[in-house]
Ligand binder design. Structure first.
Ligand code: C2E
Ligand code: CA
Ligand code: CA
Length: 565
């Protein structure tokens, strides 16, 4: 005992008390150190000599006695033991070590409560999302297999809902991370409030959550929950910096129909969510096999496009734009084509939208600008009479591509004049944050590059807005040209555009002119320039070069046939 005093371990000698059948039916504390007595909260002198049956309440005493009996028999026992509330010991967790020593048992007890608490914290941190205090992905991936097993055994359904907040990134970027955090916490609460206490909500990370619905009665029940969640997340959030509206897109996968394991169910709910979001925000959608297929096709396309960009499989075709009255060549519009090793020439509408969505348009746009500038330099070197090349710039490029810089450096690299380049921007690109747009447009114009409004009439811009932005040329969308000669309103509308544009000092171009009648109407409306199959389709470089040399491109008017003898 003296040897054990001063240590951190509680030390006890326990002597078995036998009944008349020779069974140890009680134990007496024969000795203990200070620390050992302190664990019990009883003074040492009083503790020594006590029977355990007197120290412990009844059912619990039997549990302790069984352990001690077993140790007596085998000679050795050790474990980590959580002290139950019925025990008089004033510690939470102990390490126990029992060694038989002659006719008695030596018990050593160490308080490991702090270590256990630490372990628990670590476990909680590993399983809990610090921001919202919801369980995290780690937790879910350990719980889900159990829930799936339970559902399988009970022949029951369960649902996994993948919930993705709709405009979170925008709010986070514009209002700052503390508002973003506040919003996520509020959204987590809303999610929980939309569910039964037995359902689980998990924060996967970012603005992604999952909901696990166990013991699902029907697919409809999952749809109802999804509706309720979407509705709750649709109410405005009252945050420290004002009200904000979010909304959520939800994908649902059902066990056993959509997957047999946690990974598959999660992946499929994610795919369903992705489709819900692309169909318009604030919706939910069930997983279907076809969604995976279309996603895989998309991933393949994206990979192929990425590769095509790395290997620069793109060529520019050129379509002339001419004076409506004389047919004199004004500019060449560069229109990109993908020279696909198997598919041949792929038109832009089959890859530009994907490039836009994925951001690949930025790299692709650089290739186009580079090729257009190189082409001008090449024609210049050949002594071809030059006209400007106009280059299309899509909305994402305009917002993220640092267009002014991109063009300026390419122009400088190829030693060409800036007025040999024009830029076509759709009207929808110019809507939105007007100051930023105006600044970017001004930077482009300061380089000496002309700006064209492409596809005019398809967006919601007003002419005065465009004039404020100092646009030089208005290209009226080919849908309006198609109306010319077809309906009376078509002509009225076109006439209005031309006269207003002229009043504002803009040049008007009609796109998609396909016939001599359309051209004649456009002449009568004083539309300045035309472009379309009637003059020329987009053509490859060498043909474009021939058109530049020819310069006047008005097709010969069909001569009225004179009957000849
Ligand atoms: P866009 O800028 O409106 O180009 C005009 C489109 O109309 C071209 O299609 C052209 O071939 C077609 N077109 C021209 N005249 C006629 C006509 O008389 N009748 C008919 N039916 N169509 C005519 P394309 O070359 O397939 O290009 C489609 C769109 O792809 C372009 O529309 C443009 O928005 C985009 N695009 C093309 N090249 C590029 C590029 O280098 N960068 C970006 N960002 N977009 C591009
Ligand atoms: Ca264009
Ligand atoms: Ca156009």
């Amino acid at each position: 005992r003296i040897a054990t005093e001063g240590g951190n371990d509680g030390f006890y000698m326990l002597r078995p008390l036998y009944d008349k059948n020779g069974m140890a039916d009680d134990f007496m504390v024969a000795d203990c150190n200070e620390r050992g007595a302190a664990f019990s909260g009883i003074p040492t002198a009083q503790f020594i000599g006590s029977k355990l049956s007197a120290l412990y309440p009844k059912p619990y005493f039997y549990v302790v006695r069984d352990t001690l009996r077993a140790a007596m028999e085998s000679g050795f026992y050790e474990d980590e033991f959580k002290i139950p509330p019925e025990s008089p010991l004033r510690v939470e967790w102990v390490y126990r070590r029992l060694v038989r020593s002659g006719a008695a048992l030596a018990l050593t007890m160490r308080d490991i409560s702090a270590t256990k608490a630490h372990e628990r914290d670590l476990r909680r941190m590993a399983n809990e999302d610090a921001l919202t205090a919801l369980p995290n992905r780690n937790w879910m991936m350990s719980l889900l297999p159990e829930e799936i097993e339970r559902a399988r055994n009970a022949d029951a359904m369960m649902a996994l809902l993948f919930v993705d907040l709709d405009d979170f990134k925008h709010i986070n970027d514009s209002l700052g991370h503390s508002v973003g955090d506040e919003l996520l916490r509020a959204a987590a609460l809303r999610l929980k409030s939309a569910l039964r206490p037995t359902d689980h909500v998990v924060r996967l990370g970012g603005d992604e959550f999952t909901v696990i619905l166990s013991a699902l009665e029907s697919q409809d029940a999952a749809a109802h929950v999804a509706e309720r969640i979407a509705e709750k997340l649709n109410w405005p959030f009252d945050l420290a910096r004002g009200k904000n509206t979010l909304g959520a897109s939800i994908g649902i996968s059902i066990f056993p129909r959509d997957g047999q394991d946690a990974e598959t169910l999660l992946k499929h709910s994610d795919i369903a969510m992705y489709h819900a979001k692309s169909e318009g925000k604030g919706h939910y959608r069930f997983y279907e096999q076809s969604l995976s297929e279309s996603l895989n096709a998309r991933i393949d396309n994206e990979r192929a496009l990425q590769q095509a960009i790395e290997q620069d499989q793109f060529v520019l075709f050129y379509q002339p734009r001419v004076n409506t009255f004389t047919g004199e060549l004004q500019t060449m519009e560069a229109l990109v084509r993908w020279k696909h090793p198997q598919r041949g020439l792929v038109p832009p509408l089959e890859f530009i939208p994907l490039a836009e969505e994925t951001g690949l348009i930025l790299k692709l746009g650089e290739l186009v600008v580079e090729q257009a500038c190189a082409q001008i330099a090449h024609w210049k070197a050949l002594g071809i009479p030059l006209v400007p090349i106009s280059v299309n710039v899509s909305p994402r490029q305009f917002y993220h591509g640092n267009i002014a810089h991109l063009f300026a450096s390419s122009i400088a690299r190829h030693h060409i004049d800036a007025d040999m380049v024009e830029i076509e921007i759709t009207e929808s690109s110019m809507m939105g944050k007007e100051e930023g747009v105006a600044a970017e447009l001004a930077a482009i114009r300061n380089l000496g590059i002309k700006l064209l409004v492409d596809d005019f009439g398809t967006g919601y811009s007003s002419l005065s807005q465009l004039q404020r932005l100092d646009m030089d040329v208005l290209k009226v969308d080919r849908a309006f040209t198609a109306e010319l000669g077809a309906t009376a309103e078509g002509e009225v509308f076109f006439r209005a555009i031309v006269s207003m544009a002229h009043a504002l000092g803009m040049i008007v171009v009609a796109e998609g002119v396909e016939s001599s009648e359309q051209m004649r109407v456009l002449q009568s409306l004083s539309c300045d320039e035309i472009q379309g199959y009637f003059i020329s389709r987009p053509v490859p470089t060498h043909e474009a070069q021939a058109l530049m040399v020819q310069r006047f491109l008005m097709p010969l008017q069909p001569i009225k046939s004179v009957p000849c003898s």
